[in-house]
Design a protein around this ligand. Structure first.
Ligand code: ZN
Ligand code: ZN
Length: 248
């Protein structure tokens, strides 16, 4: 009976009713424009900043002209992952949400990012079998105190009714922070940085794995994660990333 109750509480419908009740009782300021309203992001900002009708490359999620499905770069150099979906581009004022989460420790933002990502995931032909966050190294986790990717993965997994395996992949090498490097150096820096946790390695073969992160810049990290998962037998890898950095 307890199992049935927790199953019910994790269902999409229940989460939506609960959110509506909370919003009615506790109005708040829109995180993007500060207007007082019932949701974390007001309806006007939602339509302005989260355009889910924007055509994107199926593989790397960069914006594309209307008729294409895959960009030229993904056609000539296919990455190790099969597909990517994003909720928005990494531009102001949305970039501030991620900085608040990562450096301002505003963990309450994460469920909202997951909500937007779940809406973007509606465009997928089929959902991944399970979700994992891009892991942080032990050192960085100790310094920051949390993994922002995991904070997004947990509520997203609930919304999509998929299991979350937070320890399935480990970051075995503490690499130089990618943001400090030139795009050409990133792929080399991140090589062999990940390895499956022996305890969970049996979850990989034949599965469609969803990899969750807050932001995708060159795609080098996502590519290395996917390459590692494929080496250990993953059937498919889909990235679910909140924001996509546009090329310069
Ligand atoms: Zn607003
Ligand atoms: Zn592409």
């Amino acid at each position: 009976m307890w199992h049935n109750l927790t199953y019910f509480l994790a269902q999409r419908d229940f989460i939506q009713y609960w959110e509506k009740a909370l919003a009615f009782l506790l109005p708040c300021n829109c995180l993007l424009c500060a207007a007082l309203q019932e949701q974390l992001i007001c309806a006007s900002c939602q339509s302005q900043f989260f355009d889910l009708t924007l055509r994107r490359c199926d593989v790397c999620a960069l914006p594309l002209p209307d008729h294409d499905r895959v960009c030229g770069s993904c056609l000539t150099h296919p990455p190790a992952f099969d597909r990517s979906i994003v909720a928005c581009d990494y531009l102001p004022p949305l970039d501030q949400l991620l900085r608040n989460l990562k450096f301002g420790h505003q963990l309450a933002v994460a469920p909202m990012l997951a909500q937007r990502l779940a809406m973007a995931a509606d465009s997928l032909p089929d959902l991944p079998d399970l979700l994992i966050p891009v892991p942080l190294s032990r050192q960085r986790l100790a310094a920051r105190g949390f993994n922002q990717a995991l904070e997004i993965t947990r509520p997203l997994a609930k919304r999509l009714a998929r299991p979350c395996f937070s320890q399935l992949l480990l970051r075995v090498r503490d690499t130089e922070q990618q943001t400090r490097l030139h795009p050409n150096q990133r792929q080399h820096n991140i090589r062999h940085a990940f390895s499956p946790n022996p305890r969970d390695a049996d979850k990989i073969p034949g599965r469609h794995i969803g990899v969750v992160d807050d932001v995708m810049t060159t795609g080098a990290t996502m590519n290395e994660v996917a390459a590692c998962l494929k080496r250990y037998g993953a059937a498919r890898v889909t990235n679910l990333v909140f924001a996509r950095t546009l090329p310069p």
